[in-house]
Every structure is written in structure tokens, then in C-alpha cells.
Design a protein around this ligand. Structure first.
Ligand code: TZP
Ligand code: MG
Length: 218
């Protein structure tokens, strides 16, 4: 990772488990996505044994380092510490941001999920470096994601705070520009890259849409 602003790393944020898809392993998906421009990767694995998460997480981190892309661990601050990840992403029911910061120190990235304004307020008070806002659209990837909230919350947060924002939930090539136009710095996706027949192509396409949408705004 280099010292660019966090918002620049949020442009195409790949959130992934360790399962792989079709003929590709998770690491192969990550490598193809990194080669085609994903700007940050989060390991979000809810089922595998911790020893497997540590083993494959270490490999994923090496890959991210090669591409100078931050490597973030979902939920588990202990795993983030053990892997010397660049940061952690926590939900509203995980270890709170302040305590995560106590353990990780000032130089790691802490992302916090928000699905409404009061969650966003709490995340801001907890010292988040960026907010993951969603689910923007309906998604089958996260069973307990709740119903889609649309892009309105991104606009509301953008009006109140200068925090970096990434939209998540049901985002693909068809709706990415809408998320960026609402004020997000990027899109976080699982299936749009991991379940795509060509993860590298999907990554490049999303990055192009994000950057083209930024340039129409300026
Ligand atoms: N948090 C809110 S929605 C979601 C997460 C992890 C799942 C996003 O997956 P997809 O496949 O990009 O809709
Ligand atoms: Mg969580």
C-alpha cells in the first residue's frame, strides 16, 4: 500500500471469500482482478476454519502488496493483526471502531458499515476512515443484508461529512455510475467480480465506469 488518500483506494473495492468460483480459486480471482485494476481487497470469509483464513489470507496479502493495494480483513481485528493487514472492516455489531483503533493503532484503515443515518453518525463518532454504505440495491450475496436502501443515504452522508464513502450491495456495471453520481468514492462488489465469467474484464469495466463518471462530474 502507498500513502494515497483512502478515497482513491475505494474506487473498485473487491470483497471476497475463499470459495472461488467455477474453475477459478479465490486467489486466481484476486490476481486477475488486481491485474485489471481493483483498488482494494477485503477478505470476508464467514465459514472457513480460522487456520485456513490465516493461511490463504497471508497469500492474499502478498498479492495485494505486489499490486500496492490495501488488504483489509472483515470483522476480525485479531486476524487483521496476525496478518498485518492494512486495516479492518467492521459492522455495527462487530468490535466498535474505537476499540478496533486501540488494537490496530493510528496507521491502519478502519472501515465501518452504515445502513442508515444513525449508524453513519455512530461510525463517524467511532473514528471510521471510510463508510461502507448499503445495501444500495438488493443482493443475494448477504442473506441478512436487509432491503435495498437506494442511493439516498450516500447523498445524505455526503452533505454532512467529508468522509470517504463506498457503496455496497447489488452493484454491477449497470448501476455503478448511479452510485458514484450520488457522491460515493467507489463501489464495493462481491458477485459483480467473483461470479463474473471473466473477473479481470469485470474489474476493468467497473474501474472505467467509476473513472469516466468522475470525469463527467468535474
Ligand atoms: N454488505 C452489504 S451488502 C453485501 C455486504 C457484504 C454483499 C454485497 O455482495 P454483492 O454480490 O456485491 O451484492
Ligand atoms: Mg461484520
Amino acid at each position: 500500500m502507498t500513502n494515497r488518500p483512502i478515497s482513491s483506494y475505494l474506487q473498485v473495492y473487491l470483497v471476497m471469500g475463499l470459495d472461488g468460483h467455477g474453475e477459478r480459486t479465490a486467489l486466481e480471482i484476486a490476481e486477475e482482478a488486481l491485474a485489471e485494476g481493483v483498488t482494494m481487497i477485503q477478505l470476508r470469509e464467514k465459514n472457513a476454519p480460522l487456520k485456513e483464513i490465516l493461511k490463504q489470507g497471508a497469500q492474499l496479502k502478498v498479492l495485494c502488496q505486489q499490486y500496492k493495494v490495501p488488504f483489509i480483513v472483515n470483522d476480525r481485528v485479531d486476524v487483521a493483526l496476525l496478518l498485518d493487514a492494512d486495516g479492518v472492516h467492521v459492522g455495527q455489531d462487530d468490535l466498535p471502531g474505537k476499540e478496533a483503533r486501540q488494537l490496530l493503532g493510528p496507521n491502519k484503515i478502519i472501515g465501518i458499515s452504515a445502513g442508515n443515518l444513525s449508524e453513519a453518525e455512530w461510525a463517524m463518532a467511532s473514528g471510521a476512515d471510510y463508510l461502507g454504505v448499503g445495501p444500495i440495491y438488493s443482493t443475494a450475496t448477504k442473506q441478512d443484508a436487509g432491503s435495498a436502501i437506494g442511493t439516498g443515504l450516500i447523498r445524505e452522508i455526503r452533505e454532512r461529512w467529508a468522509i470517504p464513502i463506498v457503496g455496497i450491495g447489488g452493484i454491477d456495471q449497470s448501476n455503478t455510475s448511479e452510485v458514484i453520481l450520488a457522491g460515493a468514492d467507489g463501489v464495493a462488489v462481491v458477485s459483480a467480480i467473483c461470479s463474473h465469467p471473466d473477473p479481470g474484464y469485470a474489474s476493468r469495466a467497473l474501474l472505467t465506469i467509476v473513472q469516466d463518471t468522475f470525469s463527467t462530474q468535474s
